[in-house]
Ligand binder design. Structure first.
Ligand SMILES: [Zn+2]
Length: 165
């Protein structure tokens, strides 16, 4: 094979194949994209562990678990409004629990097969940060329990909050 033919082969066959294999559908999914370095700079090490590495805070350890005040719970990664305080209930599980998100588009869900069980992971739909899991054993009207890490949330009391459109 002469060098021109080899060049042709590399340019039109090998390079497109490689770029295709490298594209990551997960990275395309969320509007807000940041590098790992940027997340590390922005978040505390504890926040980074839960939000970006899908960790779980210890039950009953979170600052927002027993909070019972009107307001909005926003994403700790990007400020996206996620849950309203009047959908919060005490599920006696050790993590803040809600029966519905502020709107369905606020969160993204994915099957999670880790720890030998099938659970539904809940993420912020804007930045992809891990929030917790949703279970089908919540109260009316949805019958759902969004079990969310306190550290994944940023609470804004009602008086400082603009209405969510
Ligand atoms: Zn977010």
């Amino acid at each position: 094979m002469n060098s021109n033919a080899l060049l042709f082969l590399i340019t039109f066959l090998v390079i497109p194949l490689c770029s295709c294999a490298q594209s990551n559908p997960q990275a395309m999914k969320f509007p807000l994209q940041k590098t790992d370095e940027d997340w590390k700079k922005q978040l505390s090490p504890e926040q980074y562990k839960v939000l970006r590495l899908k960790g779980t805070e210890r039950p009953y350890s979170g600052a927002l678990y027993t909070l019972n005040e009107p307001g909005i719970y926003r994403c700790g990664g990007c400020g996206n409004p996620l849950f309203e305080a009047d959908t919060k209930f005490d599920a006696h599980c050790g993590w803040p629990s809600f029966y519905a998100p502020v709107k369905n588009e606020a969160i993204a869900e994915e099957s999670d097969y880790s720890h030998g069980m099938l659970r539904t992971e809940v993420m912020c739909s804007n930045c992809g940060s891990h929030l917790g899991h949703v279970f089908p054993d919540g109260p009316a009207p949805t019958g759902l329990r969004y079990c969310i890490n306190s550290i994944s949330l940023d609470f804004k009391p009602l008086k400082s909050e603009l209405p969510v459109e």
